[in-house]
Write a protein that binds this ligand. Structure first.
Ligand code: XBP
Ligand code: MG
Length: 263
């Protein structure tokens, strides 16, 4: 029997919603201000930092690349754990700042600042009606995913929600996609992944999964040559998407479009 679409795996940040520029980035800056650090990640600079998946890893990368001599004397005075173990200072600082950032990000999400991208809810509804299994594979922290899914979708619709530190290595490593495939047990050729970034595409391809990419302002210049299809977004009946690479019938991405890539 030929391939049959059995599962759609959605990435979160940049795919389900454009969360980075006005969500995560703003939350990081509010965390730095709360920690009385004079760091500010501009829209453009954050694009450079986004090459590193994972908020904790991103802060660590920023410290090591841009502030190698940072003396954290000041901020550690305000950290919950005042007694810093020698050699653990950076890890403690990163964990402290990331905790603040996640608090600010959840506030931003709950305020309705971030909306789902075009076509995301429509395609999820169509897949559910057709009995296609849904899953999440994301680098972001689980509380952030739960907050987004609870606000605009429904946690119960997703058979597997694989997020953040549940795997040892984040995207572009394949770990998070292997985790979903192993939990569901379908053949890899019966999955389709929807991603937004080169890190995400690399991770899904390394796990042997066919992937379509919906680009955004931070990722549109990246290399998506291994994607089965690259579009501006999933589109809506009254809001056609642009096809950037590959070909698909129709003016927006529906289940038939995805099946034509798999079956
Ligand atoms: C995007 C990421 C995440 C977010 C920040 O995840 O790389 O790290 O930028 O979230 P994806 P955290 O595109 O895989 O959904 O601070 O919780 O890591
Ligand atoms: Mg993403």
């Amino acid at each position: 029997m030929g391939n049959q679409l059995q599962c759609l795996i959605f990435d979160v940040d940049g795919t389900l919603a454009n969360t980075e520029r006005d969500g995560h980035r703003v939350a990081f800056n509010r965390a730095f201000r709360e920690a009385e650090l004079d760091w500010h990640w501009s829209v453009e600079f954050y694009g450079e930092l986004l090459t590193v998946s994972g908020g904790k890893e991103r802060i660590k990368y920023f410290l090591q690349q841009y502030l190698p001599d940072f003396e954290q004397r000041s901020s550690s005075a305000r950290m919950d754990s005042g007694n810093l173990e020698p050699g653990k200072e950076e890890t403690d600082l990163v964990a402290y700042l990331h905790k603040l950032k996640t608090k600010h990000y959840l506030e931003l999400l709950r305020s309705g600042t971030i909306q789902l991208r075009p076509g995301a809810k429509r395609l999820i509804d169509e897949a559910r009606e057709a009995g296609i299994t849904l899953a999440i594979a994301t680098t972001t922290s689980l509380p952030n995913v739960i907050a987004l899914l609870e606000k605009y979708l429904d946690l119960d619709w997703f058979e597997v929600i694989a997020a953040g530190d549940i795997v040892p290595a984040k995207k572009p490593a394949p770990d998070i996609y292997h985790y979903v495939v192993n939990r569901l047990g379908f053949a890899p050729e019966n999955f389709l992944v929807i991603e937004d970034s080169d890190n995400g595409l690399e991770s899904a391809i390394a796990a042997g999964l066919k992937t379509i990419v919906t680009v955004n302002n931070y990722t549109e210049q990246q290399d998506f040559s291994q994607a089965a299809l690259v579009v501006s977004d999933l589109g809506e009946p009254d809001q056609p998407c642009q096809v950037i690479q590959g070909s698909v019938a129709g003016e927006y991405i529906d289940l038939a479009s995805l099946r034509s890539l798999i079956e």
